[in-house]
Structures are given as C-alpha cells and as structure tokens.
Design a protein around this ligand. Structure first.
Ligand SMILES: [Zn+2]
Ligand SMILES: [Zn+2]
Length: 541
C-alpha cells in the first residue's frame, strides 16, 4: 500500500474502531493545530442520508483526534460554483420534504442551466439561491445530528479572492497542469486551460476550452463563450468575447479539489469510492507536482444502500436525515456511521428495529464490558456517558405506541420490567420517548405494529355464540394467564364454541382496534391492564 492509497482501512489496523486507526494515520503526518477535516458535495438534487458520509466519517476521526488533545476544524465545502447541468427530478424543501419539479418554480431552473448554483434563484423562494438552499439543507442535517461543521461556499471563496493565488499558479503552469491531467483524463487538448470563466453576458460557466489568452500581470483571461456539453445535451453559449479576472470563474473539478486542499489547509478527507479511481489520484498528483503541496490523507468509503437499493435522488429513492430522525434517536443514527466505512452495507427502514437492537447492545457493552471498540466509539455517539439510559426494546416501544395513554404505556413497560422501580421521573420520561419514534416507524412502514388501541368501546354487534366465546375468554384473562397461554386459549375457546378461530380473532380486533386485523392478540392483551381487557371482552367499556 502506498501512502496515497485511499483504501486506508484495507489491511490490519492498530485499533478496533476504525476512526482511531485513521486518527493515528493523520497524526503520523505531524499536522499543526487546528487539524482540518473536509467533506464536500456539489449541490444537485437531494442531500440525502448517503451524502452524510461526508460529514459523519470525518466527525468520528475529528473526535478521535480531539480525544488525543488536538484541536480540529471540520469543514464542508458546497461546490456551489459548479454549473447546473440538468434539471434535478427531485428536490427537498427546508423541512426535508422531498418534492418533484412540478411542485416548485421549475422554470427558474430551466432558464438557468449552465449557470453556477449560487447564481440561480431558489426554486422554493426561501434562500438567496439554489446553491444556498442546498447548503442550508446540509447544515440542518448536520445540526440535527449534533455535528458542528463550518460550511464553506466555493462561490464565496472565489469572490473573496481566496482562490486567486492558486488559480495564478495553475495558469502560470498550465502546460504542466495539462500534461499531468492528460495521464488521467482523455481529451486534454492543447487548448485546455485549467480555468473556466463565467460569461459576463449570459452567466454560463464556460468550458475548459473557452480561454483564449492569459495575462498573469493583469490577473485576467480572455475568453469566448462557447457551448457546454451536459449529459449528451448541449447548453448553447452566447458567443460573447470578454475578459474575466481570476475571481470571475472557477477551476475545473480535477484542479479545484487540490486547490481546496491548499486554500483550506486540509489534513484529512473521506470521499466516496467513485472518486478513488478518478479525481483522487489525479488530485494527489496535481497537488504534489503542480501545486507543490503535500496532499491530505484520503479515505475512500463504500456507499450504502437504502432498503436494498442504491440511493437515487432522481428516482426519489432517498431518505433525508430529518426523516430518519422521526423514527430513530440521533444516537442510533450516529451509531450507524461507526460501522466500518470500507464495507458496503444497507440502511433498512423496514428493519430499523434491528439497528436499534444493535445499538442497544453496543450501549450495554460500553457500560457493562471492557471493550476497546465501544470504549472509543460510544462517547462520540452518545449524548452523555454518565449513566446507562433505560432503553425500551424498540418493537416493545412500537407496541406501546398502539395506545396514546401515557399512563398505560408506563404501566405496560413496568409490568414487563423494562423500567426499574428506582427509576426517576425524568428517566422514565426519557425511556418512554422512544415510543413516539417506534410509532412513527410503524406508521411509515405500515408494519405489524401499525395499530391503534381503541380507547372507547367501538360500535360492535356479535351473534350470541361469539358473545359467549368472548365472555369465556374474559374469564381466561381474568385468571391471569400469560400472552402465549391467552393466544392458545383463543383457539381453544373458538373450537369449544364451534367457531372458526379466525372469526374469534376478528371479533377481538374489532373490540380492541376497531379493525379486522391486528398484532398477535394473546401477547398484546397480556400487556394491557387486565381489568380493562376483561371489561372490553365483556363489551362493558
Ligand atoms: Zn430555500
Ligand atoms: Zn455567454
């Protein structure tokens, strides 16, 4: 493995928690404080959970470095001077609701193809530009996870002159830049110039063949506004011939990335494996051999899938942090990102219960065992490490979500010994807060827990035989049987009344949920207040 291999977690590691191993790799490079960790994204489509790798992977390394007494700054670049090349099919409003183009001012987008994201009106009308809207969403997602990142707008940095010096270096050495790039990319012609001026007339970000001459003394370039190729389509240029300063354009991505490393002093950056074979090796080469810098430590991470399919912003197969935090506690979602980034995995909404169970076990290990991985990974995941919070099993919390009655929820949780006698009121409230998460999950996935206990007796009419069976069943419950026993007694009772057991279950669901079906009835009834169940089976209230 060379120093520039981004698969840094590929071999044996010194620590059980990957972020600890990566932190040590960062420190071997003897960086100065503050150590800068970067993530970044081009603001197209929906900033979904998959994109949060750019924030969370860096966060765990940042925390490992802070644990070693270092000062760390986590920055996130919105590559918002990139041009909009095609209309996104899905967008997200500031609350994280995903909408189609038909729900926004799509015309404003269509008229602005080829322009930088920050020069395009916000299709929702709430922010200064489309680019800023997107950045706000990223920032809100990071905030919701309690992660402090400094947002950096590329456009703002170009305008302020922060990129001026590195642009000058690249234009001065454009011959060398071209030669290096040609090792990684086809179509690097003699007219390739590593600077794309923004046309003063039509506002398009021109291509790398637009510059006709460079005046290093004046700090300007001459250009002709030509056509832009965008995904098989051509966005027509206006033919304008003009002059642009080094602040009035952008570097091509292959150069912009290493330029960002220089301007921001980046020490470590995680990135998706799509960059690992492309802009990473060229960026390292450009950084070292054209800019004369030492590139940062890079780490390629694997993508994860969403319920078994790749995230697709355009197909709407995405989920945003804000959505996830309606059914998972923030610590559970942070925990998901503690998993080894070098392995592909799935984020399953359907089986969110499994992730929560895993998290609960992870937390238990931290408090009860002596384990290197959890000792390192739990503190940055948890809100506090002072004491082991009471955790209701997630699916049990989903069962409690079938009733709105807070007292009943607590009574059921106590009966199942999920709440210890000595728990304070605050502890109990914190434990019960999981119920709303689990209930949202049940509603969202419409799974076996998506039922509501009818508080009042629904309007029911049964024949005499069914009424007699229900009365018998009331007697069984009154005798204090456990869930499985009640379940089999329902079958027995139906048989002894010459009923189809299915009909007796349906009668039960009618009484308790006012529906034709529901959860496994016996165990559910065993969880409820016994007097209430008996009264309801006798149709008395
Ligand atoms: Zn907005
Ligand atoms: Zn133009």
């Amino acid at each position: 493995m060379t120093d520039d291999d981004p698969y840094i977690l590929g071999g044996p590691q010194p620590h059980d928690f990957w972020a600890e191993s990566v932190a040590e790799r960062v420190l071997e490079r003897e960086p100065e404080d503050p150590i800068v960790i970067k993530g970044g994204i081009s603001p197209s489509g929906v900033p979904h959970l998959g994109n949060m790798n750019e924030v969370l992977r860096g966060y765990f390394v940042a925390e490992a470095l802070r644990g070693r007494g270092r000062t760390v700054k986590q920055v996130f670049t919105a590559d918002d001077r990139d041009p909009l090349r095609k209309l996104p099919r899905k967008l997200a409003d500031l609350d994280g609701n995903i909408v189609g183009l038909g729900d926004v001012d799509a015309g404003a987008l269509g008229r602005n193809l080829g322009k930088p994201y920050t020069a395009i009106p916000d299709p929702f009308g709430c922010c200064d530009s489309y680019g800023e809207h997107f950045s706000n969403l990223i920032e809100r997602s990071a905030d919701a996870l309690g992660i402090d990142v400094e947002m950096v707008s590329n456009t703002e940095r170009y305008e302020s002159g922060a990129f001026e010096e590195v642009t000058r270096t690249l234009l001065e050495g454009r011959e060398e830049a071209r030669n290096v790039l040609a090792n990684y990319q086809d179509k690097v012609d003699d007219d390739y110039v590593p600077f794309r001026p923004i046309c003063a007339e039509c506002g398009h970000v021109t291509e790398t063949n637009a510059v006709t001459s460079v005046d290093l003394d004046a700090g300007t370039v001459e250009y002709v506004c030509g056509d832009i190729e965008a995904g098989g389509q051509v966005i027509e240029g206006c033919g304008h011939e003009g002059t642009a300063t080094f602040r009035e354009g952008k570097l091509p991505w292959r150069f912009e990335w290493p330029a960002q490393w220089q301007v921001l002093g980046v020490d470590f950056e995680p990135f998706g494996k799509d960059h690992a074979e492309g802009s990473w090796p060229s960026g390292v080469d450009i950084s070292r051999n054209v800019l004369g810098d030492e590139p940062p430590l890079g780490m390629a991470y694997e993508w994860f899938t969403l319920d078994g399919e790749p995230f697709s912003s355009s197909a709407g197969h995405v989920i945003m942090v804000q959505d996830v935090l309606e059914f998972l506690e923030p610590e559970v979602l942070r925990y998901f990102f503690t998993k080894d980034p070098s392995r592909a995995r799935d984020f399953s909404v359907e089986r969110a219960d499994q992730l929560v169970d895993e998290f609960d076990a992870f937390e238990r290990t931290y408090f009860e065992d002596d384990d290197e991985r959890t000792a390192a990974a739990y503190p940055p995941v948890a809100a506090t490490v002072d004491e082991h919070p009471i955790r209701l099993p997630y699916t049990f919390a989903a069962v409690l979500g079938m009733t709105d009655d807070g007292d009943l929820r607590e009574a059921m949780a106590r009966r199942e010994n999920h709440i210890p006698d000595e728990a304070t009121e605050g502890d109990v409230a914190a434990a019960l807060s999981r119920v709303e998460y689990a209930r949202t999950w049940a509603e969202r996935t419409d799974n076996a827990y998506n039922y509501r206990l009818a508080t009042d007796l629904p309007p029911v009419e049964f024949d005499e035989n069914t009424e007699a069976a229900l009365d018998d069943l009331a007697g069984v419950v009154e005798a204090g049987r456990d869930g499985e026993a009640i379940q089999s007694e329902i079958f027995e009772t139906a048989r002894s009344h010459d009923m189809d057991p299915g009909d007796l279950f349906t009668a039960g669901y009618r009484l308790f949920f006012d529906t034709e079906q529901g959860p496994k009835l016996g165990p559910f009834l065993a969880e409820l207040d016994r007097a209430f169940v008996v009264r309801r089976l006798r149709r008395e209230g």
